[in-house]
Design a protein around this ligand. Structure first.
Ligand code: BGP
Length: 489
């Protein structure tokens, strides 16, 4: 029997962040305002309804644009990576990172999205970041779009619903691929491409009240179509500009178990899984799956396509499949009698076999192995786990240490599952980047206090603090894991 805690040679260990949650400097270096800069925190509110907290109105945006107070909009300050990137990358290097997943804020390069020429200062910032990574031999893995459309695309266009947005995005992709062709080999097009259905504003630059009388679901699918086309063009541009580049899709791996073995529950779980698979199916196979087309037909959803859309999607599928995985959920035909987990979960049926985080996300390492097998069997493309981790309210002790043993336990069990998927189930996996390797602002709560990092950032939910970086206990643990290529977990 092989040693189970083993990982392939060259496995890409590292961590992940996104510009909109980590950078800060939201008005510096010629940056324009992005959708995330207008996403308000939900201080003191009930966080049980995920969808309600992602519903943004035109009035909210009007207020956000007038309000210069960054305290209400924590993503505006993030973790101040904009000013600390050298220090942060040095810490990543100390842990032994082989790869660092990050995103390029579209609004730093094209402040309004529709500008004809890019902002040189923004381009230079990422040059500096990539050069710093190179200094330590860390490979960048870049997400082209991670909740960062410029707000102008919401105000003067209809976000991703507008065909023009595809053209603006292509201009952005051509610019970054040309500029960074010698620095970046691994790319992801859209973060959690399926997420538009859950947060149409940050992912799709869509506000429901701007589509009076229209079926908003149809609006979302139209915007999705535009992202699929844009993703295919982006893959083409990458391949043509950077010969050895690899481009991945990125989906939220929402793993649903049937709540019971009742066939209706099993069917429900299958249908729910298709609710996210439909996005990766389209990006991997280069065409809409039959079950989605049938849904469009049954629900009267009509997608406008332009000539050549089908062809470009077919010609440029993704090279690998990346995904985020945090928890698993259950599906049942009748949920009325079932208890729910409190917290900001997307699907909250309580699984009696699992414990949950403070935010109700049910911790399930075996679910990661199941997810990897599902994805690999379905697509036969290499996988890349680009988000996984535990959001927790860490406490700094008087001597400035942080004992996050709970996080180490979470990672240990999940990495064992990854190793089993590779060694026993034969899954090909390129690497693993834990989410929020340095503390950053949470997407769902827009708060800093839901922390994921190996590195603590001294900053509260209102942006108050020294922004000093502290190494948590998990920092030293992960360093050892990388040093031993996963033998010591
Ligand atoms: C994913 C997003 C990330 C990140 C993560 C954790 O959906 O891609 O941006 O935020 O979830 O979620 P949260 O920050 O809500 O805890």
């Amino acid at each position: 029997m092989k040693q189970i805690n083993a990982f392939p040679a060259g496995f890409l260990w590292g961590g992940a962040t996104a510009a909109n949650q980590v950078e800060g400097g939201y008005l510096e270096g010629g940056k324009g305002i992005s959708v995330s800069d207008c996403a308000k925190a939900h201080f003191g509110t009930d966080v049980t309804n995920y969808k309600a907290h992602n519903t943004v109105t035109s009035k909210d945006i009007e207020e956000a644009l007038k309000d210069k107070d960054t305290a209400s909009y924590p993503k505006r300050h993030g973790s101040d990576f904009y000013h600390h990137y050298k220090e942060d990358i040095k810490l990543f290097a100390e842990m032994g990172f082989k790869v660092y997943r990050m995103s390029i804020a579209w609004s730093r390069i094209f402040p309004n999205g529709d500008d004809l020429t890019p902002n040189e200062e923004g381009l230079k910032f990422y040059d500096n970041v990539f050069d710093e990574l190179k200094k330590y031999g860390i490979e960048p893995l870049v997400t082209m779009s991670h909740y960062e459309p410029p707000i102008n695309l919401v105000l003067n266009y209809k976000g991703w619903y507008s065909r023009e947005t595809v053209g603006f995005f292509i201009r952005f992709v051509k610019t970054i691929c040309t500029r960074y062709k010698d620095k970046v080999r691994y790319w992801l097009t859209f973060n959690e491409v399926d997420s538009m259905i859950r947060h149409p504003f940050t992912t799709g630059a869509l506000i429901e009240d701007r589509f009076p009388g229209q079926n908003f679901e149809e609006v979302i699918f139209q915007a999705m179509h535009h992202q699929f086309v844009a993703s295919a063009y982006a893959t083409k541009i990458c391949h043509e500009t950077i010969p050895n580049s690899l481009v991945g899709c990125m989906l939220t791996k929402l793993t649903y178990y049937p709540y019971t073995c009742k066939p209706e529950d099993v069917l429900k779980a299958q249908q729910t899984m298709r609710g996210t698979y439909c996005y990766s199916d389209t990006q991997v196979f280069g065409e809409y799956p039959a079950y989605l087309l049938s849904r469009f037909q049954n629900e009267g959803i009509h997608i406008r396509k332009e000539m050549g859309d089908d062809e470009i999607m077919k010609a440029y599928p993704v090279d690998f499949v990346s995904f985020s995985y945090y928890n698993s959920s259950c599906s049942a035909e009748d949920t009325s009698a079932l208890s729910l987990t409190p917290g900001n979960t997307i699907n909250a049926i309580k699984n009696p076999y699992l414990k949950a985080s403070d935010w109700g996300w049910q911790i399930d390492p075996t679910g990661l192995r199941i997810s990897m097998v599902d994805l690999y069997d379905r697509y036969r493309k290499p996988l890349f786990i680009v988000e996984n981790g535990l959001g927790a309210a860490d406490v700094v002790k008087e001597d400035d240490t942080i004992d996050d043993t709970y996080r180490i336990d979470y990672f240990r069990e999940h990495l064992k599952a990854v190793s089993e998927a590779i060694q026993i189930d034969g899954v090909e996996c390129l690497g693993y980047t834990s989410w929020g390797c340095i503390d950053l602002v949470s997407e769902s709560t827009k708060q800093m206090s839901k922390r994921y990092g190996f590195i603590y950032v001294d900053c509260d939910d209102y942006g108050e603090g020294t922004y000093e970086r502290l190494k948590k206990k998990s920092f030293y643990w992960y360093k050892k894991v990388i040093e031993t290529n996963g033998l010591s977990l």
